[in-house]
Design a protein around this ligand. Structure first.
Ligand code: FAQ
Length: 325
């Protein structure tokens, strides 16, 4: 299984070369595609960047579902632009992964046959318009919390892709907050919808940061290599600390009876997500896993003629150019 092949285990690289590589990372240097790198570093990057790219692409589905049903022309135009941005993020990230020696087609095939993962959050449905506001507010909010530090990641192409992505994610988060604010300030029925969206999406959003640190398989090595800049629990805590006051401002209640400010820690105490549910979603048993993969497989199959046409055109052009030389 490829997913097993690209685990981040240390490989048998020359210890001197490994030490010199680690010294470059520790000194804050960027690693570029043609530089020597340990095989484990390369595979970990392919796994993480690939999973991230797939998340951007699959992540278009829950929102795309609402483009035709947006409540106003303005909201429709904003949502359309946002969904297009996600496609662009996927492309930057596939481009960054390709510099590591894997093609976009190979990555896509691994997504489509289940060998590679995408973010658990996109296996939850968007049932109504308030969910679209909540996706922008919470899901993009969680995404950006994770991605801002990744702008400083050690691999040059990944870091540069993240700089561009973060600019757009910040707009996404703000438009989501604006949409949910309008619902929260609206009629009783609209306010109820906003609360219901928060109730359903709160824990899936907390799961986006990955398992708790004690169960995270890759964090220690990925942080030593600066592929990850923070642990999963650190970022989850930052997200909770940032989001709770935003919910309070909206007059909404975070669905966690044990949530409270801890003066001594300077952070909110909160209840962890249900990790059994998280691992079930990862195994393919979330509410929408089957639908999401079916939609991506259908799009890939139906787009085959476009890819074939483009390739045939490129081959003809190259042949003509070579004949003329
Ligand atoms: N979902 O050892 P760790 C977005 C897996 S972008 C699914 O802690 P790691 C934009 C993990 O792969 C959202 N799988 O792993 C948008 C590993 O399995 P493996 C995506 C998960 O890699 C917004 C296993 O569990 N962002 O939303 C998840 O060190 C709105 C053990 O976990 C990124 O990908 C999960 N939530 O840390 C688009 C950011 N969590 O591979 C549309 C970059 C963990 O051994 C609309 N990625 N797993 O089989 C990262 O920062 C990291 O990869 C983590 C996981 C933090 C996600």
């Amino acid at each position: 299984m490829y997913a097993q092949m690209i685990k981040s285990e240390a490989t048998q690289d020359d210890p001197e070369q490994l030490a010199a590589f680690q010294a470059r990372i520790d000194a804050g240097e960027k690693i570029e595609p043609k530089d020597w790198m340990p095989e484990g570093y390369r595979k970990t990057l392919i796994r993480q960047i690939g999973q991230h790219a797939h998340s951007e692409i699959v992540g278009q589905l829950p929102e795309g579902n609402w483009i035709t049903r947006a409540p106003t022309l303005e909201r429709k135009a904003i949502l359309l632009a946002k969904v297009q941005d996600e496609a662009g993020h996927g492309l930057y990230l596939y481009g960054a992964a390709e510099t590591l020696g894997v093609s976009r087609d190979e990555l896509t095939e691994m997504l489509l046959d289940g060998r590679m993962k995408y973010s658990s959050i996109f296996n939850y449905p968007t049932l109504n318009w308030a969910d679209i506001g909540a996706v922008g507010w919470l899901v993009d909010g969680a995404a950006i919390m994770n991605q801002v530090p990744l702008q400083r990641t050690s691999y040059g192409p990944y870091s540069r892709a993240m700089i561009r992505i973060c600019k757009e994610e910040s707009f996404h988060q703000r438009q989501g907050y604006d949409a949910i604010r309008r619902m929260a300030e609206g009629s009783d029925a609209q306010k109820k919808m906003a609360q219901d969206a928060l109730n359903r999406l709160w824990y899936p959003s907390l799961m986006m940061f990955g398992p708790s640190d004690k169960d995270s398989v890759h964090s220690a090595q990925s942080m030593a290599w600066k592929i990850k800049m923070n642990t999963n629990d650190e970022l989850r805590q930052k997200f909770v600390d940032q989001t709770v006051p935003q919910a309070e401002y909206l007059g909404l209640t975070v669905p966690d009876p044990d949530l409270k400010w801890n003066e001594a820690r300077g952070h909110y105490d909160f209840t962890d997500p249900d990790w059994t549910e998280f691992y079930e979603v990862l195994k393919g048993n979330g509410p929408c896993n089957t639908d999401r993969l079916a939609a991506r497989n259908k799009a890939w199959d139906e787009g085959a003629w476009v890819r074939d046409g483009l390739l045939a055109h490129a081959r003809k052009r190259t042949a003509r150019k070579m004949a003329a030389e």
